[in-house]
Design a protein around this ligand. Structure first.
Ligand code: ZN
Length: 182
């Protein structure tokens, strides 16, 4: 079972609050959140989390422009959903490789958070391609990634976790921290 890539280069839950991760009911509503909201400025590149095939690319009232990536993980067929995109770079049935750029974040569909830190990628892991309402047919992405990136950020390209609070400036190996070559 290969290690999954993360969907973005810089991954943390929108505003670092648990309500924007999986399974939480928000804004006094009835509906539990079906995935993760990963903070991302409009136009942020999205990457295939695994080798797989594009199950669909479509426009939907709720999810907006969205891509479904079908992949195998732990002996199971799963689907990663990338929602509210601005651009989709892949076609249905197209094979893709882990880490391949497949689209750009946006605010299509019912993304009601087009400003500042609320801009995001809505990301789901599904066990069926087109589940209904509620949490059925979906699993917590933390099942695959260990735990939700709340209070820390995972930088995919640098394989590094960085705390999002209490840090005096971000130190990212390979970017703004000089590594000593012994
Ligand atoms: Zn969401």
């Amino acid at each position: 079972m290969g290690t999954l890539a993360w969907p973005l280069e810089r991954n943390h839950i929108r505003r670092d609050i648990r309500n924007n991760s999986f399974g939480y009911v928000r804004e006094g509503g009835q509906k539990a959140h079906q995935g993760w909201d990963l903070a991302a400025t409009l136009g942020t590149p999205c990457y295939a989390i695994a080798d797989g095939v594009i199950e669909s690319r479509a426009t939907h009232a709720e999810f907006g422009k969205h891509i479904l990536l079908r992949f195998e993980h732990g002996g199971q067929t799963l689907y990663a959903a990338y929602c509210h995109l601005s651009f989709m770079l892949v076609e249905r049935t197209e094979p893709v490789q882990r880490g391949q750029r497949i689209g750009y974040t946006g605010d299509t569909g019912n993304a009601r958070s087009p400003h500042g830190e609320d801009q995001h990628l809505h990301f789901e892991i599904r066990t069926v391609p087109h589940p209904g309402r509620g949490l059925g047919g979906r699993i917590d992405p933390a099942t695959l990634y260990g735990r939700a990136p709340i209070g820390w950020t995972f930088f995919e390209g640098h394989g590094q976790k960085v705390p999002t609070s209490g840090a005096t400036g971000l130190k990212i190996r390979g970017v703004n921290v000089r590594e000593r070559i012994e």
